[in-house]
Design a protein around this ligand. Structure first.
Ligand code: AMP
Length: 250
C-alpha cells in the first residue's frame, strides 16, 4: 500500500493501536500512539511528566501545551508518512495543530460503548516495557502469562478502572465525536465499523483506504482536466478577440 499520513481515531478499545500497527507494517511507515507517548512521558522526572500522570489518572485529557510540542516534534521526524493513533481528540485540538498536522485521511473506528467496556476488561499492559495485550484477542505467548518481550508482569492500565472508563467514554462522546463531522466536511473521513474480528477490520480498512485513494486520484485528474479545458477556452477566446480587433481595425 502507498505511504500515507493517517490519523486513527475512535472509541476506547476500538482497536486503534492494533490496526495502526498492522497498517504501519503494510504501508512501511512509523505509527505512534499519543497515549503511549504520554505514558512514556509520565516516567520522566519533570513538571510535564507529573502533570500528564495526574491528568491521565483522572481520565481527563492532557493539556495541549504538553501534547502539541510532543507531537510536532514527532511529525517533523517522519516527513514521508505516518500513522498517529489518538490525535486529535477535539475539534479545538484539530484547529490548533493545523500548521503541522495534515493527514491524507482520518480512519474513524467505531464500536458500541458496551463492546468498548467488554474489551477494556481484558486489556493488559506490561508494567516494565508497556507492550499492550488483550487476554482474549492478543494474549501473551509466554506460558507464565508474563510479557513476551521482557518477562515483565502484565497489569491493568491505571485508567482502565470501570469508573474512569465511564468518564473517558463520556468525554469521547462529548468532545471527540464531533471530529467525525469536522473531518467529513474536509473530505478526509473514512468510517469503519470495528466490531468484527481484527483481520476482518484490517481487510475492511484496506479496501476503504484503496477506494478513498482512487476517488481522490479521480477528483485530482478531473480538476487537472478542468484547469486544462478552461485554459484552452481562455486562450481561444483571447485569440479570437485579438484577431477580430485586428480585422476590424483594417
Ligand atoms: P489512550 O491510550 O489513547 O486510551 O489514551 C490514554 C489517555 O491519554 C487518555 O485518557 C488521555 O488522558 C491521554 N490522551 C491521549 N491522547 C490525547 C490527546 N490527543 N489529547 C489529550 N489527552 C490525550
Amino acid at each position: 500500500m502507498k505511504k500515507m499520513k493517517l490519523a486513527v481515531l475512535g472509541t476506547q478499545a476500538s482497536g486503534k493501536g492494533t490496526q495502526s500497527h498492522i497498517l504501519s507494517i503494510t504501508m512501511g511507515v512509523p505509527a505512534v500512539s499519543v497515549g503511549d507517548l504520554l505514558r512514556e512521558l509520565q516516567e520522566e522526572d519533570s513538571e510535564r511528566g507529573r502533570t500528564a500522570k495526574l491528568e491521565m489518572s483522572k481520565g481527563a485529557f492532557v493539556d495541549d501545551d504538553i501534547i502539541m510540542p510532543l507531537l510536532k516534534e514527532w511529525v517533523a521526524k517522519h516527513p514521508k508518512g505516518w500513522i498517529i493513533d489518538g490525535f486529535p481528540r477535539s475539534v479545538e485540538q484539530a484547529k490548533k495543530c493545523a500548521s503541522f498536522f495534515h493527514p491524507d485521511a482520518v480512519l474513524y473506528l467505531e464500536v458500541p460503548d458496551e463492546e468498548s467496556k467488554r474489551r477494556i476488561s481484558y486489556r493488559r499492559i506490561c508494567a516494565k516495557c508497556k507492550t499492550n495485550y488483550n487476554l482474549i484477542t492478543q494474549p501473551p505467548q509466554n506460558p507464565k502469562g508474563v510479557c513476551d518481550m521482557c518477562g515483565g508482569e502484565l497489569v491493568r492500565r491505571g485508567d482502565d478502572t470501570p469508573e474512569l472508563v465511564e468518564e473517558r467514554l463520556r468525554h469521547y462522546h462529548e468532545i471527540t465525536e464531533p471530529l467525525k463531522a469536522w473531518f467529513d466536511a474536509k473530505k478526509r473521513l473514512i468510517l469503519v465499523n470495528a466490531k468484527s474480528s481484527i483481520p476482518d477490520v484490517a481487510r475492511d480498512i484496506q479496501l476503504k483506504l484503496e477506494e478513498f485513494m482512487r476517488a481522490k486520484r479521480g477528483a485530482r485528474k478531473f480538476r487537472t482536466w478542468l484547469i486544462v479545458a478552461v485554459s484552452v477556452l481562455l486562450v481561444v477566446a483571447v485569440t479570437f478577440t485579438i484577431t477580430g480587433r485586428i480585422i476590424n481595425s483594417r
